[in-house]
Design a protein around this ligand. Structure first.
Ligand SMILES: [Zn+2]
Length: 380
C-alpha cells in the first residue's frame, strides 16, 4: 500500500479514536466528538460553514453544542455528535430543540428521497422536508400509520401540515389525504380521492372525477339547488346567517350531473368558442358541481349575477368575509387562473369543511391546489 495513504489512514483512525475517548472532555482542551464530526462533514467548506463561537456544554442530559455559520452540531452521550441545519433545523428549533418533544438528533439529515426530499431522525420522532411541502414533524401513532402506507412513497405522499391536536383529536394532513387520531378510534386515514366520504377531494382540469359519471349521495335541497348532505347542512346555516344579517343571498346552482354539465359546456362552446368556454366552465367529468360540494350564489335582485362585480355586492362581500366559518372557500380567487384554470368566480363556493377552510385562511393559502401541494392545473 502507498505509504502516504497508510499514513493518512493511521492519522484518521487515531483522530477518530481520540474523538471517541475525549468526547466528554471539557470544551476547548482537545479534539472533541463535535470537532471530529465537523471535520467529517467537510469543515468550513462543508454545509455548516465556519465556526461561530466555541463549543459549550451543560445541555439537557449532559449534551454539548457548537454553532457554525449555517447550523450547529449537537452531542449527547446517548446520541453522539449530529449536525443540524436548514429548514429541518428550523422546525426542530420551533419545537424546542433538544429540550422539546424531539430531543437530540439520532443521526444526520438524510436526503435523496422522492421529489428531492430529506429527513432527520430524533429521539422523539422525525422531521421530513421536501421542496414543495416544507419541513414537517412526524411522530407517534400518526407516524406509524403513515409508515404503514410506505411514507412519502405511498398513497398519502409527504405531510403538508404538522400534527395538530385539540380537544383530544390529533390531525395531520398529507399531499393526498388526512390521518386523524383519537384515543377511542386510534388512527383513521382518509384519502382525498375518496370522493364519497371526504370533503377534501380536489377536482380540476388535471384531476377529473373518477368515474367520470360519478354521482354523490345523498343529495339534499337547499332552496332550489341541491348539495351533498354534509355541504347542504352547512350551506343552510350560511344562508340563514347571511339573511339574518340583512344580506339577500340566494342559491343559484348546486349539484350538476355529468349530463347537465355536458349540455351546459356545449352551450358555452357554441356561444363563445372552446377557449372561452374552458375558462368559464368545466368539461363534463371535470366540474366541481358534479361532486355536490360546490354552489353558486347570487343576490335576490340578480345584481352582478355570475360576473366579477359580484364581489362588490352584499352577497359577494358577505361570502368573502364569512363563508370560511361554515367550511366553504371561494374556490376560484382573483389572480389564480394559472393555478385553478378558471377565471375569478367570487360566486362559486366550495365546501371543504371547517378544518381546511380555517387552515387555508390562517396560512393565507389562496387555492386548494396550494393547500394540498398539488400541481397547478391551468389547462386540460
Ligand atoms: Zn360554480
Amino acid at each position: 500500500m502507498n505509504r502516504i495513504l497508510v499514513h493518512l489512514l493511521t492519522a484518521l483512525c487515531c483522530a477518530l479514536m481520540a474523538a471517541g475517548s475525549l468526547a466528554t472532555a471539557p470544551p476547548g482542551q482537545a479534539l472533541t466528538a463535535i470537532d471530529a464530526r465537523y471535520a467529517q462533514l467537510g469543515g468550513a467548506a462543508g454545509r455548516l460553514g465556519a465556526p461561530a463561537g466555541a463549543e459549550f456544554c451543560g445541555l439537557r442530559n449532559g449534551g454539548c453544542q457548537r454553532n457554525y455559520q449555517r447550523g450547529s452540531i449537537v452531542w449527547s452521550p446517548a446520541t453522539g455528535a449530529q449536525p443540524s441545519y436548514g429548514a429541518i433545523r428550523q422546525t426542530w428549533l420551533a419545537y424546542g430543540s433538544q429540550n422539546g418533544r424531539f430531543g437530540y438528533p439520532t443521526g444526520p439529515e438524510v436526503c435523496g428521497l422522492r421529489d428531492g426530499g430529506c429527513y432527520q431522525n430524533y429521539q422523539g420522532g422525525s422531521i421530513i422536508w421536501s421542496p414543495t411541502t416544507g419541513a414537517r414533524i412526524s411522530v407517534g401513532a400518526i407516524r406509524a400509520r403513515w409508515a404503514s402506507t410506505n411514507f412519502e412513497n405511498g398513497a398519502l405522499g409527504y405531510p403538508v401540515s404538522n400534527e395538530e391536536c385539540s380537544a383530544g383529536t390529533c390531525k395531520q394532513r398529507y399531499q393526498r389525504g388526512l390521518i386523524t387520531w383519537t384515543a377511542r378510534a386510534g388512527t383513521v386515514l382518509s384519502r382525498d380521492i375518496d370522493v364519497a366520504s371526504s370533503s377534501v377531494v380536489v377536482v380540476n382540469k388535471r384531476r377529473p372525477l373518477s368515474p367520470a359519471r360519478y354521482a354523490p349521495g345523498p343529495l339534499v335541497g337547499v332552496g332550489g339547488p341541491s348539495l351533498r348532505s354534509d355541504a347542504a347542512q352547512q350551506f343552510t346555516r350560511l344562508l340563514a346567517d347571511a339573511r339574518a344579517s340583512g344580506v339577500a343571498m340566494v342559491p343559484v346552482s348546486g349539484y350538476r350531473s355529468f349530463d347537465t354539465q355536458a349540455s351546459l359546456y356545449t352551450s358555452y362552446v357554441n356561444q363563445y368558442g372552446r377557449v372561452t368556454a374552458d375558462l368559464i366552465s368545466a368539461r363534463p367529468g371535470y366540474s366541481e358541481h358534479q361532486t355536490g360540494l360546490a354552489i353558486d350564489i347570487g343576490n335576490s335582485n340578480g345584481a352582478c349575477g355570475l360576473q366579477e362585480c359580484f364581489a362588490g355586492t352584499p352577497a359577494g362581500a358577505w361570502a368573502a368575509q364569512n363563508a370560511w366559518r361554515y367550511g366553504f372557500i371561494i374556490r376560484y380567487p382573483r389572480g389564480q387562473t394559472s393555478v385553478t384554470g378558471y377565471a375569478y368566480e367570487p360566486w362559486h363556493l366550495r365546501y371543504v369543511g371547517t378544518t381546511i377552510s380555517s387552515e387555508m385562511r390562517a396560512h393565507r393559502l389562496p387555492t386548494l391546489e396550494h393547500y394540498m401541494s398539488l400541481p397547478a392545473a391551468p389547462s386540460y
